[in-house]
Design a protein around this ligand. Sequence first.
Ligand SMILES: [Zn+2]
Length: 115
Amino acid sequence: MYWCAVSTPSGQGAQIVAKWESVVAHVQNVHAGHGDLFPSCIHGRLEGRESHKKWLEPSYKAAVKLETLVCNKPCVTTFEANLGLQTSAVEGFHSLLIQFALNMYVFSYTGMLCR
Ligand SMILES: [Zn+2]
């Protein structure tokens, strides 16, 4: 889910959702023909590794359950609506800030400003 969001330019929520929903086909060893917005997987050929993997068959109960979860409309709609609300920038800033102002000490406003 994270990869779908960070690998797509912002504002293209439909493409992110298309990537997300392609997971259902990918785990069934179908890597192309996902749709217009994300027609095929971007990984290279799975030579060697492909024959060792246990792919889901569309008729498997696990495949049906996975598709139900991945394509759950309320979940996908929420996912699409919250794409611009990632907190990684704030977390990065906070990580940098605590390098200079440990949060185990109390600093005045001026002390924080100087740090
Ligand atoms: Zn794939």
